[in-house]
Design a protein around this ligand. Structure first.
Ligand code: MRU
Length: 415
């Protein structure tokens, strides 16, 4: 994700944010260390050549508003959608103008800040944002964090009219600061995941990935794609196989776009070609992101992930999920408890706006599926690696130290 000048954190495009000195660890539930990011500046994407920030906070006079790179139009054009109120932001979230779990967390928090700056009913706005998409837990998590910051800053209110206005302004600033902090933490988590994930990549690796997990979905370099980039920079990546990711083609449109701009050797394949590719021994590891990880290690991710995990298991190829701790949801006990978003039929019956199925054909269109923990080799987070994947190893990571200056987390193994 990029966040633009008037708005958020960071240094020049392609650089790590100031203050970053390696694999820092943050507990998503607690504020991380304040960096220059949390005070202002610009977050810059690491996706070379993506010129428009994925998400920008616009101050007055252009704002307050949240400006989004319209991901539905990529790769053909880089255009933006400006959301001056929460209904506009919710519409953009539902249409996937902004998407991907970590960036949805950031967008949810900025949405709450937007409501606060506008003097809207902030609790109501946060609840509406949470409902916009049900599966990616980061959306509700980000909205709730910004709401909590807003409500806490309002505590001393109620003396007089002027005091009340001052308090409201301070509370709006607190919500905005929290949104910026979430972005900064996500950038840090992304870099830490890259470090931990790289340890799992062998030389000359041929990686298969699904959906889109790069800078377009994150304040940093992303989740699985951050590991892919790290492997590429380390000279360990021989080939990136990109599953097209029907029906909305996040792989073919967005991951191929990011891979191309990063100079990564890659090829797009039809989702249904993954089976024969794995059977041919052309894949050394499968890397994906996640939209919600239940307490037992079940992973909800873009539809098609479960099928890939079954195939990988059959062909004895490691299947690794990369996601920040903000995607781990201890309140969802298992995969059965994950709500899977179902989307409109025309996403399946039409391709690029053109009707391909006979008019009136109904469709089965779950946006996600759930992969049970037994099919996963490991889950990589900013706190370290859960391997094997189960409630115990995830609990260890959830309790993981948040020592910002510490060395990279260990690989936790529970036998
Ligand atoms: O429906 P989307 O495009 O928001 O899908 C979510 C995703 O981008 C993927 O499932 C991804 O693998 C997890 S988020 C990095």
């Amino acid at each position: 994700m990029d966040v633009d000048a008037s708005s958020l954190p960071i240094g020049p495009k392609g650089t790590r944010w100031p203050g970053w000195s390696g694999a820092r660890r943050f507990d998503a539930g607690r504020p991380g260390p304040r960096s220059p990011n949390s005070r202002g500046g610009t977050i810059r994407s690491h996706t070379r050549g993506v010129d428009v920030p994925a998400l920008s906070w616009l101050e007055l006079p252009a704002g307050p508003a949240v400006q989004l790179l319209d991901q539905t139009r990529l790769p053909a054009e880089e255009t933006t959608v400006t959301c001056a109120d929460v209904p506009a932001l919710i519409d953009a979230i539902r249409r996937l103008v902004v998407r991907g779990a970590p960036l949805l967390g950031v967008a949810g928090a900025f949405g709450v800040a937007l409501a606060a700056c506008r003097g809207d009913d902030v609790a109501q706005a946060a609840a509406a944002i949470e409902r916009a998409r049900p599966t990616a837990v980061n959306l509700a998590w980000g909205a709730r964090r910004a709401l909590a910051a807003y409500q806490q800053a309002r505590q001393p209110a109620g003396k007089g009219h002027e005091d009340h206005q001052d308090t409201e302004r301070a509370a709006a600033r607190a919500a905005l600061a929290e949104a910026r902090l979430i972005a900064a933490e996500d950038a840090a988590a992304s870099a830490a995941m890259a470090v931990h994930g790289l340890a799992l990549i062998s030389p000359d690796a041929r990686v298969l990935t699904h959906c889109n997990t790069g800078a377009l979905v994150s304040a940093g370099e992303g989740t699985a794609f951050a590991v892919i980039l790290a492997a590429h920079r380390a000279g360990r990546l021989a080939m990136l196989w990109v599953a097209e990711t029907r029906p909305l083609l996040q792989g073919a449109r967005l991951t191929a776009y990011e891979a191309g701009r990063a100079g990564i050797r890659h090829a797009v394949l039809a989702d249904s070609a993954a089976a024969s590719l794995l059977a041919a021994g052309e894949v050394d590891i499968v890397l994906t992101g996640a939209d919600r990880i239940a307490a037992d290690g079940s992973v909800a991710n873009k539809v098609g992930t479960y099928g890939l995990a079954v195939l990988a298991s059959h062909h004895k190829v490691p299947f690794v999920v990369v996601a920040p701790m903000s995607t781990v949801d201890p309140d969802t006990p298992d995969g059965a408890a994950i709500i899977v978003e179902h989307r409109p039929a025309d996403e399946v019956t039409r391709i690029a706006g053109k009707q391909v199925a006979p008019g009136g054909t109904s469709a089965y269109n779950p946006a996600f599926d759930v992969t049970p923990p037994g099919l996963l080799t490991a889950i990589v987070t900013e706190h370290g690696v859960a391997r094997p994947v189960n409630a115990g190893t995830l609990r260890v990571l959830s309790a993981g130290s948040c020592n910002a200056e510490g060395p990279p987390a260990d690989v936790y193994v529970e036998r």
